[in-house]
Ligand binder design. Structure first.
Ligand code: FES
Ligand SMILES: [Fe+2]
Length: 385
C-alpha cells in the first residue's frame, strides 16, 4: 500500500522534447522544415515523480489538485501521513474532495461512502458491507524537503529513493522560502525558460538582470548525463541587476556563475554564485514544475540564500522580489502559450542559446519513445554570443 512516505535522503534523475525547425519564410526560397518528432503535449511522461503540493498545503481538510490531467484528492491522516486518492467517488462519481476527512479516512460528501488511504471503501451508510469493487485509485506519495511528490504511473515501479533530494529548506545552512504559482501555460515552456538564462537580460532587466549584459560573452556548457542534463553559464564583468546588487551589496561589476541540473520529468535546480573581488553570495533556486493539463502547470519556487541567515525581513523581501521575477516570466510564457494554442503547427526557430533546451528536449524524446538515456553522454561546451 502506498501511503504518505516521509523520506529523508536519496538522489535520482530520470529525462525531455525538441523543436521543429523552420528557416526563413515560406516565400523567400529558403523554406525548410526539418520536422523533428515533437511529443504530443497532452501525453505526460508516466512512471515519474511529480511535485504535487507543499507539505504545508496538506492537512485534515481535503486538498484537490489536477496532476497530468488526473484529478486527485490529498489529505493527511491522523498519523500525519499524506494520502492521495483519485478524486472521484466509486459510487456515483462525486469528487471526494467535496467530502470530509474523518481520522484516517475520507468520506464522500454525497451519500457518505468512506474510503481509506489505500482507496478501499470500508463503509457504506445503511448497509452492512461495502461492495468489494467499491474502491478508488490510490497514488504513491512521498514527502521530502517540504514538497509532496506524487507518482504518476505503475505503483509497483515507484521507488522513494528516486525522489529528488533538495535539502535547502528548514535547515540551518540556508534561509529562504517555498512558494506556489499556477501558470496558464504548458509545463515545458517554463522548463525551457529556466534552461536558457539568456532571457534574464531582457525579461528581468528590472529585477535580477541587466540589459547591459545582453551581449556579454557568456561561457556556456551543457552536459547530458544518464540521469539528467547539467549545465553552466558564466558571465564576467557584468552589471548585477538591482536585486542582486542589493542582496550582495555589490558596488561595481560582478561575475555571475550559474550552474543547473534538470531532472526528468521537470525539476530544475539552479545554483547561482555572484561575486566581486571581495565578496561572494550563493543562491539556490529550486523549481519543480508539474503539468496540470497540457496547457496549464503548477510551478514552485524554492529560494535559499547562504547569507544573512537570521534576517527574517530579508526573507520577506526575497518573497516579494522573487514573486516579481516569476511574474515577469509568467507574463511571457502565458503569452507564448496563447500563440502556440492559436498556431499549433508553426515550428520554432532555434538559436545558439537554445543549446540546453534542445538537449533536454532530446532527452525527453527518448523517454517518450521508451528508449534509455544517452549513457555515453553528450558533452560539449562553447562560448556563446
Ligand atoms: S457519490 Fe459518493 S457516496 Fe454517492
Ligand atoms: Fe526568468
Amino acid at each position: 500500500m502506498w501511503v504518505g512516505v516521509r523520506y529523508a535522503g536519496s538522489e535520482g534523475l530520470v529525462e525531455p522534447a525538441p523543436l521543429a525547425v523552420i528557416f526563413g519564410s515560406p516565400d523567400d526560397g529558403r523554406h525548410c522544415n526539418r520536422g523533428r518528432h515533437v511529443p504530443d503535449p497532452a501525453t505526460f511522461l508516466r512512471d515519474q515523480w511529480y511535485a504535487a503540493a507543499l507539505s504545508s498545503d496538506i492537512s485534515d481538510t481535503p486538498f484537490a489538485r489536477t496532476i497530468c490531467d488526473e484529478e486527485i484528492v490529498f489529505f493527511r491522516t491522523s498519523g500525519g501521513q499524506v494520502a492521495a486518492l483519485e478524486d472521484r467517488c466509486a459510487h456515483r462519481h462525486a469528487p471526494l474532495s467535496l467530502g470530509a476527512v474523518t481520522g484516517d479516512h475520507i468520506q464522500c460528501g454525497y451519500h457518505g461512502l468512506v474510503f481509506g488511504a489505500d482507496g478501499i471503501c470500508i463503509r457504506v451508510p445503511g448497509q452492512d458491507q461495502a461492495p468489494p469493487q467499491a474502491c478508488v485509485r490510490a497514488y504513491p506519495v512521498v514527502e521530502r524537503d517540504g514538497w509532496v511528490w506524487l507518482w504518476i504511473g505503475d505503483p509497483a515501479k515507484a521507488d522513494p529513493a528516486t525522489v529528488p533530494a533538495l535539502p535547502f529548506f528548514g535547515v540551518s545552512e540556508w534561509a529562504g522560502f517555498q512558494k506556489y504559482f499556477h501558470v496558464k501555460a504548458g509545463c515545458q515552456l517554463f522548463v525551457d525558460n529556466l534552461l536558457d538564462l539568456s532571457h534574464v537580460a531582457f525579461t528581468h532587466a528590472a529585477s535580477i538582470g541587466a540589459a547591459s549584459a545582453a551581449d556579454a560573452d557568456a561561457e556556456v556548457e551543457v552536459t547530458v548525463e544518464a540521469d539528467g542534463v547539467r549545465g553552466k553559464r558564466v558571465l564576467q564583468g557584468v552589471e548585477p541587476g538591482p536585486f542582486i546588487q542589493a542582496w550582495g551589496g555589490f558596488e561595481g561589476l560582478i561575475e555571475r556563475h550559474s550552474s543547473y541540473v534538470w531532472r526528468p520529468p521537470s525539476v530544475m535546480e539552479i545554483c547561482s554564485r555572484f561575486s566581486d573581488t571581495g565578496k561572494r553570495i550563493t543562491i539556490m533556486v529550486i523549481n519543480p514544475i508539474t503539468p496540470e493539463t497540457a496547457t496549464t502547470a503548477h510551478f514552485w519556487i524554492g529560494w535559499a540564500r547562504d547569507f544573512n541567515l537570521d534576517d527574517t525581513a530579508d526573507t520577506e523581501k526575497a518573497v516579494e522580489q522573487n514573486t516579481q521575477v516569476i511574474l515577469e516570466d509568467v507574463r511571457i510564457i502565458e503569452g507564448q502559450q496563447l500563440r502556440m494554442t492559436k498556431y499549433p503547427d508553426t515550428p520554432a526557430i532555434p538559436i545558439k542559446a537554445d543549446k540546453a533546451v534542445n538537449a533536454v528536449h532530446r532527452f525527453l524524446d527518448r523517454l517518450h519513445l521508451g528508449q534509455p538515456s544517452d549513457q555515453h553522454g553528450d558533452k560539449s561546451s562553447a562560448a556563446a554570443e
